[in-house]
Design a protein around this ligand. Structure first.
Ligand SMILES: [Zn+2]
Length: 383
């Protein structure tokens, strides 16, 4: 069914053919690599609008601020995303930094902006491109998910649709496809997709990374943060779409959603600058890395789910080490009676905790990062 719809979508787009941009960029061309830069002719707030980008076309030694034309809105305009390119004076590797795939993850945005503001293209060898507001409609209301108008409003998690499909049945997937095919993948030798915990659930500073891939391990170990979640996670997250396209990538997680954690952000800025030095894009000595902190690497995350409704009181803190059988949280009903006690099933470190005090049954209350010798499979995780 999806295949036939995709075919219809493609033929409609080609038949329309009236816009110059459509004629130059058939919708079916999603598999082609960097195919040049297309300016739509529009200018928004002084920024030129593009519908495809090859950073090689941009003038070296300067920063370029552009808008990329994403999918159309229900009212027929477009979701434009901001594109900042620091094009080095000399050639070199091309890095891509993204944030805002989830709309409530503010520290991820600030991390990318801070890195970009530290770059001086005149001194760089290579290129760094940043897109801080990938899921524009989710960001408009600072919510995790994209409000898709297919059946009333469906809330679509944009980090479950990558690499997207320009002819798919949701605007979310089409937007992902446009960005991935025409902006992100064609300009990436490596890519970092920044996230935080989600509204109501905060996490520690950690990186999600496949540590058995040498190019990824080398980058992740340059971050002075205390936890690494070595797990493939879901195939449809953005950093895995990069990996599937042969581009080393990983996913930093920077604390709680909705606010800026400046202390934690500084650690990820330092790590990301180290990564740019590692690739020869930026010169200078390395900052602090994983060697300067104690790093706990786990390959599994043990979820503790609420079994009752009520107010949750945590007995441990983020990053605490816990033992099997250790009580980590209790829950009270409206009378103040304890209705549930929650214990850890394993030894590990607390990596995420529900930050909203009220909970209903099924809500994750605690995630505990641990080393599981028996599995290497993808598991649920608190992004
Ligand atoms: Zn996220």
């Amino acid at each position: 069914m999806i295949a036939s719809l995709a075919t219809v979508g493609a033929s409609v787009a080609l038949a329309a053919g009236s816009k110059e941009a459509t004629a130059q960029e058939p919708v079916a061309s999603s598999a082609s690599p960097a195919s040049g830069t297309t300016y739509t002719g529009d200018v928004i707030d002084g920024k030129k609008v593009i519908s495809a980008l090859d950073v090689n076309d941009l003038q070296p030694g300067k920063k370029h601020l552009l808008y990329f034309q994403g999918v159309e809105t229900p009212t027929g305009q477009h979701w434009y995303v901001s594109v900042t390119v620091a094009k080095g004076a000399k050639p070199g590797k091309r890095g891509v930094l993204t944030s805002g795939v989830h709309g409530d993850e503010m520290s991820s945005i600030h991390t990318v902006q801070t890195v970009m503001n530290q770059l001086d293209p005149a001194e760089m060898s290579g290129t760094v491109m940043a897109v801080t507001d990938v899921s524009r409609p989710a960001l408009e209301s600072m919510q995790r998910r994209w409000p898709n108008s297919g059946r009333g409003i469906d809330l679509v998690d944009m980090n479950r649709v990558w690499p997207g499909n320009e002819n798919d049945v949701t605007a979310t997937s089409r937007h992902a496809g446009l960005l991935f095919n025409r902006l992100l993948r064609p300009n990436a030798d490596f890519a970092v997709d920044f996230h935080t915990g989600t509204t109501g659930f905060e996490v520690t500073a950690f990186n999600i990374a496949e540590m058995d891939v040498p190019e990824i391990k080398a980058m992740v170990e340059l971050y002075p943060v205390g936890q690494i979640f070595d797990n493939p996670t879901y195939p449809s997250v953005l950093h895995n779409a990069f990996i599937a396209a042969g581009i080393p990538s990983f996913c930093p997680e920077i604390g709680a959603a909705r606010h800026l954690d400046l202390e934690m952000i500084a650690l990820f800025v330092e790590g990301t600058m180290n990564v740019l030095k590692h690739h020869g894009i930026v010169t200078g000595s390395m900052g602090r890395t994983g060697k300067d902190v104690s790093v706990f690497v786990g390959n599994s995350s043990f979820p503790i789910l609420a079994t009752e409704g009520g107010v949750v009181e945590h007995l441990v803190k983020l990053n605490d080490k816990v033992e099997p059988g250790q009580k980590v949280a209790i829950q009270r009903n409206s009378f103040g009676e304890v209705v549930a006690e929650y214990t850890s099933g394993i030894a590990g470190e607390v990596t995420g905790q529900r930050s909203d005090a009220m909970s209903e049954p099924g809500n994750p209350l605690v995630f505990i990062l641990f080393r599981d010798a028996t599995t290497n499979g993808a598991v649920t995780y608190p992004e």
